[in-house]
Design a protein around this ligand. Structure first.
Ligand code: PNS
Length: 161
């Protein structure tokens, strides 16, 4: 069975991520969202918090589960018989780093494919960093963050300010 691995920082999960997850869940028999470490980012939310957030949000999607891994994506992918990495592409600016990541992963594990889903137009501008930035200034985040975790995220960003 093909397993779509959707890796990311999810710091925090946004409506843009959720859109990609829903679409991946309708394309693949099984989707595993994997909270991973991005060496270029310092997360605001702990791994446990991020996993809890995602679980609250995807609870009703029967073929989606959440996991964490502190290592290379290609090592994580080895756990599955037929893994495919799924990533969302928002804009041309995402392309270079995403392409590089897909090629590095393919170099390390030649049979690991990366499938890119074009972000839905209404979420093209959205990122976790933007959510944190807006939240710091007290902006309404309800158009950006799933309602199940909105209160948690707002409170946590406020405390971190
Ligand atoms: O949501 P992000 O921060 O864009 O996700 C990036 C992530 C976590 C998927 C990427 O940094 C990653 O795969 N990290 C695990 C370590 C790894 O495999 N690195 C090699 C590919 S860059």
């Amino acid at each position: 069975m093909t397993t779509a691995i959707y890796p990311g920082s999810f710091d925090p999960i946004t409506l843009g991520h959720l859109n990609i997850i829903r679409r991946a869940a309708s394309m693949f028999p099984q989707v595993v969202i994997c909270v991973m470490i991005n060496a270029n980012k310092t997360p605001m939310f702990t791994t446990t918090e991020r996993v809890e957030h995602i679980r609250k949000v995807v609870g009703r999607l029967p073929n989606v589960r959440v996991d964490t891994f502190d290592g290379l994506l290609v090592e994580y992918a080895d756990r599955f018989d037929h893994p495919v990495v799924v990533r969302g592409l928002r804009a041309v600016s995402d392309f270079e780093s995403e392409f590089q990541m897909a090629l590095i992963n393919k170099k390390m594990k030649p049979n690991l494919e990366t499938a890119f889903l074009a972000s839905s137009e209404k979420y093209t501008y959205l990122s976790s960093s933007m959510v944190k930035e807006m939240g710091r200034y007290g902006a309404d985040l309800s158009d950006f963050v799933p309602y199940e975790i909105l209160e948690d995220v707002v409170e946590r960003i406020r405390r971190n300010r």
